[in-house]
Write a new protein. Structure first.
Length: 560
């Protein structure tokens, strides 16, 4: 239940604090007095959008606070889950709207998210706007209204989740099939390319080795001359280095017997001798293997040309060709394994579809149960709203063969017979504006039982009605207020008269600036306000007397 609403520096409100009571509370005031600003402030407190231009001119920031008591258990559980303090049975919400920067949100003194407030809002206040009854003219809204009255919100959420999972499964299967089809269409090309690369027997480092061999074969004669000269000078020729080193080594060995310090020099020369001998042997083997080989040169050049052709065709290096070969193998393996993956995805899709259909059937059964109860209870409610001969029915369209949708497969339409003897016809076509208002009010009264703890806020739901019907609506709102706290913004004097608590909203100019204020009205002030609502700006004695009669009619003792 909303107990306090405090607003500062928002639009035309400077500082305002309102206290609300249990039962039926009405807010009245001239057009533009600030009623809409108050409702907007309450909406902001419940997580609604807060634009920076909402801040009052000259102020750096605006703020709105709302205190709720008798907080529902579901709200406390949500606070606990979010790690926020739960207090006792009170909930204090505060939102600060800076002129620049992000809005700050506090719940019971702790920082919270706007999303959390939006989740909590339906458990705290349920708002029914002045044009909501026009939703009855849209057949597609009837299912939503039936679900709302029947308390099927959680079942509908589950239906949407199952349908979403079905959609994901179907999309995954479709994507897989598209990929598989594309791969199948490319299979011949893939197989040709893979065959070509596999026949090439590519090996890492082959191209570099072939280039080296090609240069050796091309320059075999020159290499033989150069390497032969080097080998002869080092090892096999007259006056070769190995002979000179040998003579020097013999002399050092004899000298070492006379001076042992020459041992290190002798050791180094022995090592040099071994190195020169190894080099000579290596060059000798090289020369023996080095022979002009025209056939081998042709083979090497042909292989290099083949590698060059493949690189031009597929791009990159030989290493890239090897990687492409491995990728082609994987792609063809995936095509071959696609049948198994398809079967798995088809099974997932079938399971998701069965789950969605199962829930759609269950939801449909629940809706038909709610519809039967609604036909009986709403007809009774309409009698109490001066539609004594009215009959109400809910028609379900044929669902056989219909694909399951996010909200199930039910197509629902409300039917109405407003007068005895008339056949039931689509409500969207036969109901007048006043009848729509009363039907919507009746639906909200029935649905209120499912909204435990939430304050009910009616924003001019009495639009389009008057006379005796307006009194019936007023009595219905008061009756609803005995079960729940009801806030009602109204322009009908009779509705305001039946309120247990009357708040007047006025605007005035203070120091050259427009300021909106609101406060509870005493009985004598209610007479003046009702007279204004009856007669307009120029209130007559007759209007005041009529206002007193309305209060008397509503059971309120009117004193001037």
């Amino acid at each position: 239940m909303l107990r306090t609403l405090r607003v500062s520096d928002l639009a035309i409100i400077d500082e305002l604090e309102l206290f609300f009571e249990p039962g039926l509370n009405v807010l009245t005031g001239e057009t533009g007095a600030g009623k809409s600003v108050l409702l907007h402030a309450l909406d902001v407190a419940l997580g609604g959008r807060a634009e920076a231009d909402l801040v009052r001119g000259g102020a750096e920031e605006g703020a709105v606070e709302a205190l709720f008591t008798d907080v529902p258990e579901s709200t406390r559980r949500a606070l606990e889950a979010a790690g926020l303090p739960t207090g006792s049975d009170e909930l204090l919400v505060r939102r600060v709207i800076p002129r620049g920067g992000r809005t700050r949100t506090y719940v019971n003194g702790a920082l919270a998210s706007q999303g959390l407030l939006q989740d909590l809002a339906p458990t705290l206040v349920r708002v029914y706007g002045q044009d909501e009854h026009q939703a009855l003219r849209r057949v597609e809204s009837h299912r939503e209204l039936l679900d709302d009255v029947g308390g099927l919100a959680s079942a509908v959420r589950e239906m949407r989740q199952r349908h979403a999972r079905l959609g994901i499964a179907r999309q995954a299967l479709a994507d897989h099939e598209a990929e598989r089809q594309a791969a199948a269409e490319r299979r011949e090309l893939l197989e040709f390319q893979l065959g070509e690369l596999e026949r090439a027997a590519l090996a890492a480092g082959e191209e570099e080795a072939l280039e080296t061999e090609r240069r050796r074969l091309l320059h075999a004669e020159k290499l033989a001359t150069l390497v032969g000269g080097a080998e002869a000078g080092l090892y096999s020729g007259e006056g070769a280095a190995v002979d000179a080193i040998g003579r020097g080594l013999a002399a050092l060995r004899e000298a070492e017997r006379l001076d042992a310090t020459l041992a290190s020099a002798r050791t180094l020369l022995e090592a040099a001798m071994a190195e020169v001998q190894d080099v000579g042997a290596t060059l000798g083997r090289y020369l023996r293997d080095l022979a002009p080989d025209g056939e081998r040169l042709d083979a090497v050049e042909a292989r290099l040309a083949e590698l060059a052709r493949l690189k031009r065709k597929y791009g990159g290096t030989v290493a890239d060709l090897i990687a492409r070969r491995d990728t082609l193998r994987a792609e063809l393996a995936a095509v071959d394994a696609g049948a198994e993956a398809t079967a798995a995805l088809e099974a997932e899709c079938a399971a998701a579809e069965r789950a969605a259909i199962e829930w759609a059937k269950r939801l449909s059964v629940e809706r038909r149960r709610v519809a039967r109860d609604l036909e009986r209870t709403l007809t009774a409610e309409l009698r109490s709203l001066a539609m004594a001969g009215a009959r109400f029915a809910v028609r379900f369209a044929e669902t056989e063969g219909r694909p399951v949708a996010p909200e199930g497969w039910d197509e629902i339409e409300f039917l109405l017979s407003a007068n005895p003897g008339e056949e039931l016809r689509p409500l969207s076509r036969v109901a007048s504006g006043g009848e729509l208002s009363r039907i919507m009010l009746a639906l909200k009264c029935l649905g209120a039982g499912e909204e435990r703890g939430a304050t009910l806020l009616f924003d001019e739901v009495d639009a389009g009605i008057g006379g005796a019907v307006a009194e019936v609506v007023a009595r219905k709102l008061r009756q609803l207020g005995r079960r729940r706290q009801v806030l009602c913004v109204t322009h009908l004097p009779i509705v305001a008269a039946f309120a247990e608590h009357h708040i007047g909203v006025v605007k005035r100019v203070v120091e050259g600036r427009t300021v909106s204020t609101a406060r509870p009205l005493a009985t004598s002030e209610r007479v003046a306000e009702l007279a204004r609502m009856l007669a307009g700006a120029r209130v007559s004695r007759e209007a005041e007397e009529h206002a007193q009669q309305l209060l008397h009619q509503a059971g309120v003792r009117a004193t001037a």
